[in-house]
Design a protein around this ligand. Structure first.
Ligand SMILES: *[C@@H]1O[C@H](CO)[C@@H](O)[C@H](O)[C@H]1NC(C)=O
Ligand SMILES: *[C@@H]1O[C@H](CO)[C@@H](O)[C@H](O)[C@H]1NC(C)=O
Ligand SMILES: *[C@@H]1O[C@H](CO)[C@@H](O)[C@H](O)[C@H]1NC(C)=O
Length: 343
């Protein structure tokens, strides 16, 4: 477990580094990033511009993960923070984290290609093939295959152990990348007299990244428990079977997780209490919603410990009016509200 922890920590450190040194030369960049495997170091010196986009992708993934889990007991903030514990448990949350991180990477590299920021790629020209009239491919189609190929080369290179945890990470990495490809959109533009659309030009474009986050969130809720089983070609992940099926003496026939399913090995902790072992900070002190029913409700977020209520009074500007031209006049109002935080 600690091995995985350290691996991730080192990985996060190099992300920090990339942001600091992105203007340096590639030799310096690649030399300064700690903990790269030889394959990753090679990759870095060959394609430093891809690596910079990968760093952007990490930020993208981090922001989206935090947005999706805002208010939940586990809110994704600890994972991307520098000095805190990183998911040592092979949980559903770990599955989401890996998937969104690799989706972010594939997305950012693809976007950087289309912007012309990466020397070895650009637009996907395969979409130039003549489709049926009366429209044609044109413009700049996102080269998602380049993005996927190069992020997988780099990110999967971390998973050297070939144990059950690294198989899980590899699987979830792939799911994240595939979703980016699956959600590509076709945008079109009409040409012709006053928008008559006699002729259309279409291209593939990236969706807003929040759609990737939404889709992965659906998959997070439907994630499957797996276990590693030994087959002819080494370890492989199989769907965990229900206990009663085994007890009933059924033949062991393994079922495999689907290509687009997130998978995890261990049940999640409840994330209620602070614990170094599970790498959680606990929910004490988190602000909660007394009237809501969602994950941020005091009932759920505070894990039954109850909440503190604070009465807050403050002065604020209110009843603002716009006077022609160009003045805004406000009154000062006393505002008071209650704030709830978990015990
Ligand atoms: C990427 O492209 C944008 C706009 O074309 C530019 O402002 C930016 O500096 C480029 N970034 C890198 C890292 O090349
Ligand atoms: C996320 O959770 C941590 C630990 O419980 C907390 O310190 C942090 O403020 C939370 N972040 C947000 C945005 O709610
Ligand atoms: C609390 O939840 C209610 C109902 O879901 C919602 O209307 C309200 O805006 C929430 N309050 C805060 C402070 O988030």
């Amino acid at each position: 477990m600690w091995k995985i922890h350290n691996k991730l920590l080192i990985y996060l450190l190099w992300i920090m580094e990339i942001r600091l040194v992105s203007s340096f030369t590639s030799a310096m960049l690649c030399g300064r990033i700690p903990g790269l495997t030889p394959a990753q170091r090679q990759f870095c010196s060959e394609m430093p511009d891809v690596l910079i986009a990968l760093g952007e992708g990490q930020q993208l993934g981090a922001r989206e993960c935090q947005q999706q889990f805002r208010g939940h007991r586990w809110n994704c903030s600890e994972v991307w923070h520098k000095n805190v514990h990183i998911i040592p448990i092979a949980s559903r949350e770990a599955a989401y984290t890996y998937a969104i991180a690799s989706a972010g990477a594939a997305y950012a590299v693809t976007a950087a290609c289309a912007r012309g920021n990466i020397s070895k790629c650009g637009c996907d020209l395969r979409h130039k093939a003549a489709p049926p009239e009366p429209w044609k491919w044109g413009g700049c189609s996102a080269d998602v295959d380049f993005g996927i190929r190069h992020t997988s080369k780099f990110m999967d290179a971390r998973e050297l152990e070939r144990d059950s945890r690294s198989l899980m990470n590899l699987h979830n990495n792939r799911v994240g990348r595939r979703i980016v490809k699956k959600l590509l959109r076709t945008d079109c533009k009409c040409h012709g007299v006053s928008g008559s659309c006699v002729m259309k030009t279409c291209w593939k474009s990236l969706p807003p990244f929040s759609l990737v986050g939404d889709k992965l969130m659906q998959k997070y809720h439907k994630a499957k428990t797996v276990q590693a089983v030994r087959g002819k070609r080494g370890l492989r992940l199989a769907l965990s079977r229900k206990k009663h099926a085994i007890a009933a003496g059924q033949k062991p026939a393994w079922a495999w997780p689907k290509r687009m399913e997130l998978v995890y090995l261990e049940a999640s902790p409840n994330y209620c209490e602070r614990s170094i072992q599970t790498g959680t900070l606990g929910t004490a002190g988190r602000s909660c919603n007394r009237t809501g029913h969602g994950p941020q409700s005091c009932d759920l977020l505070c894990c039954g410990r109850g909440h503190n209520t604070q009465h807050i009074h403050r002065k604020s500007q209110c009843r603002c009016q716009f006077h022609w031209c160009c003045d805004v006049e406000c009154e000062v109002c006393d505002e008071s509200y209650e704030q709830f935080t978990c015990k």
